[in-house]
Design a protein around this ligand. Structure first.
Ligand SMILES: *Cc1c(COP(=O)(O)O)cnc(C)c1O
Length: 493
């Protein structure tokens, strides 16, 4: 097993090298040369807890980590940082199972992978005898930033720089980031949208001259974005876990196919579900839910990916994305692992903002269905679910919930469905409360969280409580063209 680049088949790295590197120098993403199969039966898996399943899933992909190394990483990640020993509870509400992926330290699903990535990365540093300090560069649409900061905060041998769109995240998301205490952290607001941040980071990664300069000064880059295979692989685990829970709870029989519905931005989370399927997990349909930035909906419908459109700011900011980076991995697989062809398409995307796939490729991705929900439908779903069940979901999960309802209406498909619940509603209190009560008076962020606590009958998570008194430590703002300079300044080179 090795990892090659989606844009160059001659690149061959071990798993730990791929984790360490993050993104290939040619701008491609690392992909495994084969998909490992689950080594236990679905019945056997149903008896395991989260950490045990994580090990079963990850050992196949990260095959140059020893059992001891991998189990150590898993133990350090999925501990009391999560507010429930279950790690990812599965909650039934009004026709679907919500897989709650937001019980980690920053109350968004990014914690599922970013609580383990720093351990995978520092282990990779040791394994590969690298003597360089690892500089994590991250672009965030809101949730990755804090989850990455929290994961890498004061981790020896690393420093982390986070770029976020200065007007493109929620107040709570912003507060979470700019109050980060870690001494090795820097948080910078960018005068641009998420795509600008992500493209800026990708360009810095692709800068060969800069890499050389850094190497001389004792630094190397890595990525905490879902472009890093060390982010993607841990996410595969929770789909297997959800399936195991459904079997254990008698909701399905081992072997029954399920559907998954995922609120999608960068296409990492839903791709992890596809990886689980490739490992042998019975999944029938991948419902890819978008908000009004519905470039993926159009892509699955027409076979043309076209980002030439207005960028819309919505109440689900972590999905306000027009360039879904991880789609490149699916494109690559759909070409029959043809790196040259993938490279051409990605060049078309870069130059003209679009590319088209062939009929064969479309047949390969046939199990994906695009759906989308606009702001009104998303708010309607939050209210409807609350009125019917008392269960409160966040705005991103609501996009998936509304998209799922549309899918069922269109297809009549009654397959048991797992909806990825990607953030705690407390991260988006205002939009959630407004959806439930359109006469909501003006309130401060913390009045809103108290109110939501009363409405949802759920305690305010610590991650929000502690923001009340936290000191603001990061005030820097830059333009897109200044991002590289900020990185150089951080390293003092
Ligand atoms: C990041 C994020 C998403 C999108 O996930 P992708 O893996 O980028 O598709 C959806 N919801 C929330 C809350 C997120 O933080």
């Amino acid at each position: 097993m090795y990892y090659s680049s989606t844009r160059d088949k001659n690149i061959k790295l071990t798993a730990s090298q791929a984790v360490l590197k993050g993104l290939s120098d040619d701008g491609g993403l690392f992909v495994p040369s084969e998909f490992p199969k689950l080594s236990l039966s679905l019945d056997e898996l149903s008896e395991l807890d989260y950490k045990e399943i994580a090990y079963e899933v990850m050992k196949g992909f990260l095959d140059d980590y020893t059992e001891e190394e991998l189990k150590d990483c898993i133990d350090k990640a999925y501990d009391t940082k999560f507010d429930t020993p279950e790690i990812a509870p599965l909650c039934y509400a009004d026709g679907a199972f919500y897989l709650e992926l937001f019980h980690g330290p920053t109350i968004a699903f990014k914690d599922m992978a970013l609580s383990i990535l720093p351990h995978l990365l520092t282990t990779a540093v040791k394994k590969n005898h690298s003597d360089k300090e690892v500089v994590i560069l991250t672009a965030t649409s809101g949730d990755t930033g804090k989850a990455a900061l929290s994961g890498f905060s004061d981790v020896k041998g690393t420093r982390i720089i986070v770029f976020f769109p200065k007007d493109g995240v929620s107040n709570i998301q912003k507060l979470q980031m700019i109050t980060e205490k870690g001494k090795n952290t820097e948080v910078i607001g960018v005068d641009g949208n998420f795509d600008d941040c992500q493209t800026g980071v990708k360009n810095i990664f692709g800068d060969a001259e800069l890499r050389e300069k850094m190497a001389k000064a004792g630094f190397q880059f890595s990525s905490a974005n879902s472009m890093n295979i060390g982010r993607l692989v841990p996410q595969v685990a929770y789909y297997v876990f959800a399936y195991a829970k459904l079997v254990k709870g008698g909701k399905i029989c081992p072997g029954d196919a399920i559907n998954v519905c995922v609120p999608t931005g960068n296409f990492g989370n839903i791709l992890a579900a596809f990886f689980a399927y490739k490992m042998g997990l019975p999944i029938k349909t991948f419902i890819c839910a978008s908000n009004e930035n519905k470039v993926l909906f159009d892509f699955f419908k027409t076979g043309t990916y076209d980002k030439n459109r207005e960028f819309i700011l919505t109440d689900s900011p972590s999905m306000d994305i027009l360039i879904s980076s991880n789609l490149e991995r699916l494109i690559y697989l759909s070409t029959g692992c043809d790196a040259d062809k993938t490279k051409t398409m990605m060049e078309n995307l870069k130059n003209g903002g679009k590319y088209e796939i062939t009929d064969d490729m479309r047949a390969f991705i046939d199990d994906f269905v695009g759906e989308y929900a606009d702001q009104k439908e998303c708010a309607g779903k939050i209210k409807d679910l609350y009125d019917k069940t008392g269960y409160v979901i966040d705005t991103h999960t609501a996009v998936a919930g509304a998209a799922y309802d549309k899918y069922v209406k269109e297809t009549g498909d009654e397959t048991v469905t797992v909806i990825a619940s990607t953030a705690s509603p407390f991260k988006f209190s205002k939009a959630v409360l407004k959806a439930i009560d359109d006469k909501l008076p003006e309130m401060s962020d913390f009045e809103l969280t108290d109110k939501l606590s009363a409405v949802a009958n759920v305690e305010v998570p610590n991650a929000v409580k502690e923001l009340k008194t936290a000191e603001i430590r990061h005030k820097k703002v830059c333009s897109v063209s200044e991002m590289k300079k900020c990185v150089l300044d951080n390293m003092g080179i």
